[in-house]
Design a protein. Structure first.
Length: 278
């Protein structure tokens, strides 16, 4: 992989991480188009580096919300912000279990072709479309019944269920943001809060995975064994993903507030079909 390939993949990661179209799936598509041959472990390590970049862009864009959360949590303030962080921790339990117990299985899906990506993109499309039409149906009923569906704060059980959606979305082609936001909409949570919660809940597992990868790389005997990517492509891809991610994060939050996710369902359906016949 050269730096131009890394630049392209960094831009794709920065856009796709915050749009409900699966960044990992689109990185797999890019690898296929660019003719890059990486084994599952190397592909996953490069993807994690790009995900760290978009995590940092999340913190930069949402720093006004992020800092009070950190302050309340580390001072054990027991206020709304403290319990909000606790809910984020609860949402991380399912993906932590998957990461610790099934990492080798997950790695096997990366670099294995576009078949899995195509199927998962179709699942993402179905989930987004179902959430959109289900929400419209429920909102029509709410006007008559006076229900608070779609206006509830994210509860403890909601956080765990949304976390389960994130755990399943480790597969390439299943959108993490799409799965978690759609799940929250189906649970009746406030859509203006779901995007922020979805973006915050990925910080802990991504940084945790990155730390494990750094430890593993430091434990290798030589630079030649540091993976099939190289340091320069990782740096270029990281910077590109960070810069593009800062823009895409703001865009995605506005899209969720306006409820325009159904168009991404159409896109994922088309992209999934193309992957299956590629």
């Amino acid at each position: 992989m050269d730096w131009i390939d890394a630049l392209i993949m960094g831009i794709v990661q920065g856009l796709a991480e915050y749009l409900p179209i699966s960044s990992s799936g689109h990185l797999e598509i890019c690898r296929e188009i660019l003719g890059l041959e990486l084994n599952g472990a190397d592909a996953l390590e490069f993807d994690v580096a790009l995900h760290v970049a978009t995590v940092l862009s999340t913190i930069v864009v949402l720093w006004k919300e992020f800092l009070p959360l950190c302050r309340s949590f580390f001072t054990v303030a027991r206020d709304d912000n403290f319990y909000y962080v606790c809910k984020i921790l609860v949402s991380c339990i399912p993906v932590a279990i998957v990461g610790l117990c099934f990492k080798d299985v997950v790695e096997g899906f990366f670099g294995s072709g576009l078949g899995v990506v195509g199927v998962c993109l179709l699942v993402t499309a179905a989930l987004l479309a179902f959430a959109y039409f289900f929400r419209r149906h429920e909102m029509a009923g709410d006007k008559v019944s006076g229900s608070d569906f779609g206006h509830r704060e994210i509860g403890w059980m909601d956080a765990f269920v949304i976390g389960c959606a994130q755990a399943v979305a480790v597969l390439p082609g299943l959108s993490r943001s799409g799965s978690t936001i759609a799940t929250g909409l189906l649970l009746g949570d406030r859509r203006d809060k779901l995007a922020q919660f979805s973006f915050f809940m990925v910080i802990i597992p991504i940084l945790g995975e990155a730390m494990l990868d750094v430890v593993k790389m430091l434990g290798k005997s030589g630079a030649a064994e540091s993976g099939g990517v190289g340091m320069m492509p990782i740096v270029v891809g990281f910077i590109a993903a960070f810069v593009v991610g800062c823009v895409a994060c703001k865009w995605m939050i506005e899209l969720v507030k306006k409820g325009k996710l159904v168009w991404f369902a159409v896109y994922c359906a088309i992209a999934g079909a193309v992957c299956l016949v590629w």
